[in-house]
Design a protein around this ligand. Structure first.
Ligand code: C2E
Ligand code: MG
Ligand code: MG
Length: 435
């Protein structure tokens, strides 16, 4: 996928990396056709080691990338092309080559870049995967060759690190779905294919709907509705997540501004990276002002992870947001990063117990005894507890016995459009109140 930042890197002739790749691909294929040669289109993905970002040295990754490109060029010939298309992905064009020889080259590439690199006394090894589509066997169409090679990279990825895989005429459907999602995502917002649904939240004490969580969805023209779990991480890799967050924030504000029932609170998901954005506070304040809304109407949900506990700036930012008047919820609580001493420093109003965590605890009678103390601890710290993923009446009645505050799950209601949410509040309160 074309990365925003890489797209900005243009050569002296004013061409972007993708334009150069397209020219080289057309030229190589024209030669291959003229002289009846076969050409390999290889899609290479690198997996930069985690230690690289943990060094906090911004110069290391560019230095490592330069060394990787040098090794790639060393393995390939002058007539071949190495095109970097984003931070982690390359397209390699290997002209006039048989499948057998290409196999040897791919083995060499993987071996070469997985061998240790030493930069400033740091040692790194970079695993990779390669997918290959041969011209003319796989396809004769340049764009299709790249997409098939990329899908084949996902097939290699499923085998583990440091594998390559050749397209054999049979397209792997789930791998190709990933390619379509990744390639089309940058256009989804522009083409108006993204939308927000709202999942109701029910307060057990007041016995009524007190809010709803805004959840993003993508209506893809050929794949249908795609859940966020399938595209959020691509958005993150492509540097689009900030854009998506502000879009969701604006969309929710615009929608609720027209709603007279202003007593409901709306939750919006926020990632740690967005929380650390310099312009976050200013931008959200502007959006709220545009729709004459108050932060008191919004809950920001931040997912429990290691950074939330370990990065000082995260804590400071959460305090700022809290002071502005937002409600703060810790999402997916129980995912395994819990650190009590850091947790109590966070300015939290809610913890949302993760669905899988809740299910596994409820299954095991011994573990059930852990839930009550968690709820009591949260209450003693002045927080409320939301239970996610309650699907049926049995689960609901189990949770009624525990002292939690808010229930969110299919039993209360699935994510629906805003109009449907407002229309269904009466019915939900009547149905659930009768249990
Ligand atoms: P989350 O914030 O924990 O959202 C709850 C997820 O659980 C939603 O999935 C919801 O549809 C699902 N769910 C709720 N009740 C039930 C139930 O009773 N049973 C089952 N099986 N599932 C239930 P969804 O919409 O697929 O979202 C998945 C995740 O994607 C969200 O988890 C959230 O982390 C992320 N996400 C969604 N929208 C956004 C967004 O606008 N921005 C960001 N950064 N992340 C988002
Ligand atoms: Mg959430
Ligand atoms: Mg959650």
């Amino acid at each position: 996928m074309e990365n925003e930042n890489t797209e900005k890197i243009r050569n002296k002739a004013g061409l972007s990396n993708s334009e150069i790749l397209s020219e080289r691909l057309n030229l190589t294929l024209a030669f291959s056709k003229r002289f009846q040669m076969s050409t390999a289109v290889c899609y290479l993905r690198l997996y930069f080691p985690l230690e690289l970002s943990q060094t906090n040295d911004d110069e290391l990754e560019p230095a490592l990338s330069r060394k990787i490109v040098a090794r790639l060029k060393h393995v390939l010939r002058d007539i071949d092309t190495v095109a970097r298309i984003n931070r982690t992905d390359f397209v390699l064009l290997i002209a006039d080559i048989t499948e057998h020889d290409c196999q040897v080259i791919c083995e060499r590439i993987i071996r070469s870049i997985s061998a240790t690199f030493t930069i400033d006394f740091h040692h790194f090894s970079v695993p990779s995967n390669i997918g290959i589509c041969m011209y003319p066997y796989g396809s004769e169409e340049p764009h299709e060759l790249k997409s098939i090679a990329k899908a084949q990279m996902y097939v290699a990825e499923a085998l583990g690190e440091n594998h390559f895989s050749f397209y054999n005429g049979e397209l792997n459907k789930s791998a190709y779905r990933k390619v379509l999602i990744e390639n089309n995502l940058p256009y989804a917002l522009k083409k108006g294919q993204l939308f927000v649904q709202y999942q109701p939240q029910y307060c057990l004490r007041q016995r009524k709907i007190v809010g709803a969580e805004a959840l993003i969805r993508w209506n893809h023209p050929s794949l249908g509705e795609i859940p966020p779990a399938e595209f959020i991480h691509y958005a993150d890799n492509a540097g689009m997540l900030n854009h998506l967050f502000f879009w969701v924030f604006g969309e929710v504000c615009q929608t609720i501004a027209n709603e007279k029932n202003r007593k409901l609170k709306y939750s919006i998901n926020l990632s740690v990276n967005q929380l650390l954005l310099e312009y976050l506070l200013e931008e959200i304040a502007n959006i709220l002002k545009r729709y004459t809304l108050s932060p008191a109407q919004i809950t920001l949900e931040i997912t429990e992870n290691v950074e939330i506990y370990s990065v000082k700036k995260v804590n400071e930012r959460l305090h700022c947001l809290k002071e502005m008047g937002f409600t703060i919820a810790l999402d997916d609580f129980g995912n395994g990063y819990f650190s009590f001493s850091d947790f109590i420093k966070l300015p939290l109003d809610f913890i949302k117990l993760d669905r899988d965590f809740v299910i596994s605890l409820m299954k095991n009678k011994q573990h059930q005894s852990v839930i009550s103390p968690i709820i009591t601890m949260a209450h003693n710290l002045g927080m409320q507890v939301v239970i996610e993923g309650i699907e049926d009446k049995t689960q609901f009645t189990e949770w009624l016995l525990l002292d939690c505050d808010i229930i969110q799950g299919y039993f209360i209601g699935k994510p629906i459009s805003f109009a449907e949410l407002i229309d269904s509040i009466g019915e939900i309160e009547e149905r659930v109140g009768a249990v």
